[in-house]
Design a protein. Structure first.
Length: 628
């Protein structure tokens, strides 16, 4: 456990999150974690059966108080406490206290509520905008809401509560392409937003229009119409699938059910001669004839003969097929095998050039050229994002990249999800978040402390999550060390002519000044290589940064320690440092704080030295528990 207080967590009475350690790394553990699709929404966390909200700095913005938290809609979350519903905003602040026995999310600034068994609508101030007059009510969409009366007839009202389409229908759908399906006495048709019937109720069934077409059933047969009620595909089919890339699958049942394809203009691509079909992807579709699969193009031409007992979709120009009872193989769009390897199983992924393949009971990965990029050594495998894989080895899960580099060690019972560069993992039936380095993926306590001390300022948007997880560079760390010595302003305006090689053509003028200052002041700790290269944008390593901080404690390279023995020497001072090739800004901050709490060679805490040199304020350092 770190010595530093987690000052950034709101310690209310309801705070029940615990911080524990696995393999020396601290995590916050939860019963469940629900990651949103984008970082504009907070993270939902569950503890002891109740849900709360957490931001991307790790701050608990809404204590776990609710049995349910719905999706974010119109800037508000529907929450359930006990058996009643209310609303909180994106910051976790209560907007409408729980008081309703029924809850639907806000949509178009209004939400459905229930009173005495009838439904109406409230606004975000909890004012009743539309009185509870309806036996059923749905959210507003494009200014209209579906409602039902006491006779169980349906219609639409506007946002002022005016009836714009009388509740005279047995059922109504939702408007799409300016039309809405309606039913009466077992027949269906369409109305417009004036409530006028524009397509007569002659159909047994209809669906909503999508891109100007809709499937219908007439006299028990499927067809497709447009918004003018013209039959694009005659109602003569036993089944028609949904649209796929503007193509319908059609079928007729005779001695057996056969399938074909028709496009949305009514053009027959392929007559119903196939025993089974799959979707078109990359202009080819798998089709089955005489129990064997082949591929046709969008003209209906058979491109690859029907000779496989299994065929996948083509993805990134390759498909997986199986001949007879043999193993799976990979083919290109000419039907040629990409390699001579046979696989016992596979997993392909839409829009991904990678295929997970199984041989000898072990999983690996090949690319769309048939090349092995991950050896078959894993018990389980799953694609994460566009270039990472969750892999299971010896009953534990980890993460590797497409070059087989281990990104996250095999410590976890399950890799649950991976998005926004955050990974939800499971261990011992509890969940936590990690980043690609296996660490808790928020702005660290240490980075926030350095920000309050004025030693780190972040990027143009301050100290953000993106900045925290960004890899530190040599020039960036040099600026921080200059600040620790009160030399930043002097370095920024330095005009020395002696400089490193990169100063020629370097676009940042003040960066050139900084490098010239470091060149003329090697005592700061930053020196170039033997070829006079400073490498300002190169990734900073642990050893490089520790070496610089040791010199700021008063120890000198080649006097007190050798560079190759840097990490051994720092451990002799009681400072525990990892040894990694690169470090993030979170990592750099953690190292810096450890050094601030370490004595200089003269026996003074480094933080006290900074205070005595007026680099940081004692009051600030005290408030952060760095000094007494």
């Amino acid at each position: 456990m770190k010595k530093l207080n987690r000052f950034f967590i709101i310690l209310g009475l309801m705070l029940v999150i615990c911080v524990t350690s696995v393999y020396g790394v601290e995590y916050n553990w939860f019963d469940e974690i629900d990651m949103p699709d984008n970082m504009e929404e907070p993270i939902k966390i569950k503890k002891d059966g109740l849900w709360g909200l957490m931001d991307y700095d790790g701050n608990l913005i809404c204590n776990p108080l609710y049995s349910e938290i719905g999706k974010l809609s119109d800037g508000l979350f529907l929450v359930k406490k006990g058996n009643i519903y209310g609303f909180v905003d994106i910051d976790g602040e209560m907007v409408i206290n729980p008081q309703f026995s029924y809850g639907l999310e806000f949509n178009e600034d209004l939400a459905v509520f229930n009173m005495y068994g009838l439904y109406g609508y409230i606004d975000k101030k909890c004012d009743i905008i539309i009185k509870p007059l309806w036996t059923k009510a749905e959210p507003f969409v494009d200014g209209l809401a579906k409602v039902s009366n006491n006779d169980n007839k349906q219609g639409f009202i506007d946002k002022q509560g005016n009836v714009v389409i009388q509740p005279v229908w047995d059922s109504v759908g939702q408007f799409s392409n300016e039309l809405c399906s309606v039913s009466s006495n077992g027949k269906m048709g369409y109305i417009n937003k004036n409530g006028e019937v524009v397509i007569d109720l002659n159909y047994d069934w209809v669906e909503k229009f999508v891109d100007g077409t809709a499937r219908v059933i007439l006299n028990g047969k499927y067809g497709v119409i447009n918004t003018e009620n013209n039959q694009i595909i005659d109602a003569e089919w036993d089944y028609i699938s949904q649209i796929n890339n503007s193509i319908f699958t059609v079928s007729k049942i005779g001695d057996k059910q056969l399938y074909g394809y028709i496009d949305k203009t009514g053009h027959v691509i392929s007559s119903p001669i196939w025993e089974n079909t799959k979707l078109f992807n990359e202009n080819l579709a798998p089709v089955r004839l005489n129990e064997l699969w082949g591929f046709i193009d969008k003209s209906g031409k058979l491109i690859i003969d029907c000779k496989y007992i299994h065929a996948s979709l083509f993805i990134k120009d390759v498909a997986v097929v199986k001949e007879n009872e043999g193993s799976y193989k990979i083919i290109d769009k000419n039907g040629n095998f990409l390699n001579n390897i046979e696989y016992t199983n596979y997993k392909s992924y839409i829009n991904s050039p990678y295929i997970a393949v199984l041989t000898d009971d072990k999983w690996g990965v090949i690319n769309n050229y048939g090349e092995t990029i991950v050896d078959n050594v894993y018990d389980e495998i799953a694609l994460l994002g566009d270039k990472y894989f969750a892999v299971k080895k010896d009953s534990k899960w980890g993460i590797i990249d497409c070059n087989s580099n281990i990104i996250v060690d095999y410590n976890w019972d399950e890799i649950v999800s991976f998005n926004n560069n955050m990974i939800v993992v499971k261990k011992d039936n509890l969940y936590t978040l990690i980043n690609k380095e296996g660490k808790y993926p928020f702005v660290s306590d240490e980075l926030k402390i350095l920000g309050k001390l004025g030693l780190i300022k972040g990027n143009g948007n301050g100290i953000t999550l993106e900045y925290a997880n960004k890899t530190s560079t040599r020039i960036q760390s040099a600026i921080i060390v200059l600040r620790m010595n009160g030399l930043e302003e002097q370095a920024l305006s330095y005009s020395g002519q002696n400089n490193f090689n990169e100063s020629k053509g370097y676009s940042w003028k003040q960066g050139i000044n900084i490098m010239a200052f470091l060149k003329d002041n090697p005592g700061v700790g930053f020196i170039g290589d033997t070829n006079n290269n400073f490498m300002p944008l190169s990734n900073l390593t642990y050893k490089q940064y520790v070496k610089v901080l040791l010199e700021n404690l008063g120890y000198k390279q080649d006097v007190d320690f050798k560079y190759d023995e840097t990490l051994t020497f720092v451990q002799s001072l009681g400072i525990d440092i990892d040894n990694k090739n690169t470090l993030s800004n979170n990592d750099m901050a953690e190292i810096t704080i450890k050094f601030l709490q370490t004595n200089t060679k003269d026996g003074q805490l480094l933080i006290e030295k900074l205070i005595s040199n007026n680099i940081v304020s004692r009051d600030t350092a005290k408030s952060l528990n760095l000094v007494k």
